[in-house]
Design a protein around this ligand. Structure first.
Ligand SMILES: Cc1cc2nc3c(=O)[nH]c(=O)nc-3n(C[C@H](O)[C@H](O)[C@H](O)COP(=O)(O)OP(=O)(O)OC[C@H]3O[C@@H](n4cnc5c(N)ncnc54)[C@H](O)[C@@H]3O)c2cc1C
Length: 382
């Protein structure tokens, strides 16, 4: 990992301190149970300028690298992977606006997003378009200086949070090959014709996932971001970094679960000795730590490639597969090592367990990630 020229270590220390002070896993557990979004934490993150990490200051960002962004995600993951999702939606969406937004969109939204006055969510998935997202059917029809949008989105994380704009993907050319007829709009969920429904989920209840119903919603044409019908190809450029951010969060969450469990197995005695001194327990934790440290290197390698402007889709999908499986395995094994205490919902392990179950689906299913890697290895057509 290349440290010189980055702001990585100061960011790591500051992020770790922020998580300890304001949003550790115990606090996240309470927010998750209550379905509460900790606005003050994200306001603080905005004041620190972290949403703009990796964007040059002359373009309205905070400087630093994509690798620095991964550091923040890893540390937030020690609190909850739901915090990471919420952070990533705005941080990644901000990059899109900087690169593809119009001058007016940038002037209005970059300072607002940086300051935490606005935040972003993303709506691609539909009831009939999940892994095969390019088959999305929500339609946007041009009508003078606006588009009339009709359709339904689902699993739209954070869409119901205050001051949130939804990056809505819709079909603007039904005659084009499916990837080539999709555009992206910034949707104000307060517009007439938009209805949100929060889905009762097993976990990830800090930000919440929503259905979005669009009943002939009139969206001004100047809310389209980037070229008409060009959103899918652009998304393909951005998704690898988003997958790395999510993966960094899974690694952070797994490391937190492992830290908690190391402490527990050193202190908990049975048969007259700490349970961590039993070889089967020790080896289980050694193997999980080995995987965590290896996957961590893969995540930051992906970040380095991204920062160098080199392809990183393969590393990002590999990292997403491996980090999601690690998080789920660590949460399950560490519950076992906590015995009955791990099953009590006063313990953050139960939140990690519920959140880790969905890690291999949210942000792109594991099977689909494997298909991407297979393509990169030349085993499937592009
Ligand atoms: C907590 C959470 C947050 C989310 N946040 C967002 C968000 O903010 N915005 C958004 O747009 N979406 C979001 N999603 C949606 C997410 O991206 C989808 O759930 C995911 O892409 C899978 O789609 P699906 O749920 O429809 O499952 P399906 O596509 O129906 O898949 C079901 C199963 O079939 C498997 N499968 C599908 N295709 C193949 C294949 N070709 N080969 C082998 N197996 C296959 C999948 O791997 C999976 O195991 C979120 C989902 C969750 C659960």
């Amino acid at each position: 990992m290349t440290e010189p020229g980055t702001i990585r270590e100061p960011v790591r220390q500051a992020a770790r301190a922020l998580v300890r002070r304001e949003c550790d896993e115990w606090r996240c557990l309470e927010w998750d149970k209550a379905g509460v979004y900790p606005r003050e934490v994200f306001d603080h993150i905005a004041r620190l300028g972290w949403f703009g990490i990796g964007i040059p200051p002359e373009r309205g960002g905070s400087g630093g690298t994509a690798g620095d962004l991964l550091v923040v995600a890893e540390e937030l993951g020690r609190g909850s992977t739901d915090l990471v999702a919420c952070f990533s939606l705005t941080a990644a969406g901000l990059r899109v606006l900087v690169t593809d937004g119009t001058d007016a969109q940038r002037a209005e939204l970059v300072p607002a997003l940086m300051a935490g006055r606005a935040r972003l969510s993303i709506a691609i998935t539909e009831p009939d378009a999940g892994s095969d997202a390019a088959s999305l059917a929500t339609a946007a029809r041009r009508d003078g200086d606006r588009y009339i949008i009709r359709g339904q989105k689902t699993f739209c994380e954070a869409a119901g949070l205050p001051d949130t704009l939804i990056q809505l993907y819709a079909r603007t050319d039904p005659t084009a090959p499916r990837q080539d007829g999709i555009s992206m709009f910034l949707l104000d969920p307060g517009l007439p014709g938009v209805t949100l429904r929060r889905l009762p989920a097993m976990g990830r209840n800090i930000t919440g996932v929503y259905e979005v119903f669009l009943d002939d919603v009139a969206v001004p044409a100047d809310r389209m971001v980037g070229a008409e019908n060009g959103a899918w190809r652009r998304l393909g450029r951005e998704l690898p970094l988003e997958r790395l951010i999510i993966s960094a969060g899974f690694v952070g969450a797994a490391l937190q679960v492992l830290d908690d469990t190391l402490r527990h197995v050193r202190e908990r005695e049975q048969f007259g000795r700490p349970i961590g001194s039993f070889q089967s327990v020790a080896h289980l934790l050694v193997d999980l730590h080995t995987r965590a440290e290896s996957i961590r290197l893969l995540v930051y390698r992906g970040g380095e490639l991204c920062d160098a402007g080199l392809p990183h889709a393969k590393e990002a999908s590999m990292a997403k597969i491996a980090s999601a499986e690690l998080y789920a395995d660590a949460a399950r094994s560490c519950m076992q090592l906590h015995g009955g205490y791990g099953y009590i919902t006063e313990h953050p392990l139960t939140m990690h367990y519920a959140d880790s179950v969905i890690a291999a689906v949210a942000g792109g299913a594991a099977q689909v990630q494997r298909d991407i890697v297979a393509r990169e290895l030349g085993l499937r057509p592009r």
